[in-house]
Design a protein around this ligand. Structure first.
Ligand SMILES: C[S@@+](CC[C@H](N)C(=O)[O-])C[C@H]1O[C@@H](n2cnc3c(N)ncnc32)[C@H](O)[C@@H]1O
Length: 284
């Protein structure tokens, strides 16, 4: 599927920039802890947004403007510094773009320049974690700074998280300690294809929006019989799940495993007429 990614935001903070130069096509922002990430067509628009944010979100210490789409294996973006308050940065005791984001009673230390984090995915994180039972063995592939892993551990699961980005894993380990689940979570810095432990898991979560299905053979290898894989993907708005389920079914035949589709979720808008989805697959 060839779709240019545009960000239709599920707004984290409701905003209305009145009488400002920021009345162009792209003007929104996300709050990640006390760092604001601004989407704007020009620096002038970004600065108009900055004035609005300073007036309405006094906790903000730094504002970044997105300069590129999410790219590369680590799924990072380039940012331009729009504004910062040096006194607040000093007070925070963290780096200028490092922050603590709070979500569902958990805190995540992170720096968006170094590791991927999307505050708009809070709802799907909570939805998947709510399925977890105490004692379950959960594997989070593409775990980033640890939000799925930590939420699942909070539910009493024993969790492993895998990510290739060393900075993401350092934050994930710090976050496990911060949220007091370090006794139940282990993070591994590795490519998912190289992750071999001789263990299988009751639940495998694959939150890699556009490419998780490319790794579905790894998930089949790591998922216990009777267990569930949550595979993320992108599909056309008109039939978001069809292509992805057909691909998973083909891959399952290739792996010699029987599967059953047990859940379908629309995660977020992704691009014009395309949505990010999550498909639940039970391995029989
Ligand atoms: C979209 S982010 C998801 C992060 C996290 N699950 C979250 O919701 O905040 C995808 C993550 O997968 C990691 N990643 C991408 N390809 C990978 C691979 N082949 N093996 C291991 N990690 C990978 C990236 O470093 C990135 O942190």
């Amino acid at each position: 599927m060839n779709m240019k990614k545009t960000k239709k935001r599920v707004k984290v903070v409701k905003m209305d920039v009145k009488k400002s130069a920021a009345r162009g096509k792209r003007r929104s922002f996300d709050l990640i802890g006390d760092v604001a990430v601004v989407e704007a067509d020009s620096r002038a628009q970004a600065q108009a947004l900055a004035r609005h944010i300073i007036a309405t979100c006094p906790q903000v210490k730094c504002m970044l403007r997105e300069e590129s789409a999410v790219k590369g294996k680590f799924r990072l973006q380039a940012y331009q510094l729009v504004w910062q308050d040096r006194a607040k940065i000093r007070q925070s005791g963290l780096g200028p773009t490092e922050t603590v984001h709070r979500e569902h009673g958990c805190s995540y230390l992170l720096d968006v320049r170094k590791a991927f984090f999307n505050p708009r995915e809070a709802t799907i994180r909570q939805a998947l974690a709510s399925l977890v039972l105490p004692g379950e063995r959960v594997l989070v592939l593409f775990c980033g700074v640890g939000p799925y892993a930590i939420l699942c551990a909070k539910r009493g699961a024993v969790v492993a998280g895998v990510d290739a980005n060393p900075a993401a894993i350092r934050y994930a380990e710090a976050n496990a300690r911060k949220n007091k689940v370090h006794d139940r979570v282990q993070f591994v810095c590795a490519d998912v294809r190289a992750f071999h432990r001789g263990e299988t898991y009751d639940r495998v979560i694959m939150p890699l929006g556009t490419a998780a299905v490319e790794y579905i053979q790894e998930a089949f290898r790591l998922c216990e019989k009777g267990g569930t894989i949550h595979c993320f993907g992108v599909g056309p708005e008109a039939s978001p799940f069809k292509e992805m389920e057909a691909r998973i079914a083909r891959e399952a035949r290739r792996a010699g495993v029987r599967v059953r589709f047990t859940g379908r979720r629309i995660v977020l808008p992704y691009a014009p007429r395309a949505v990010k989805v999550c498909v639940d697959v039970q391995v029989l």
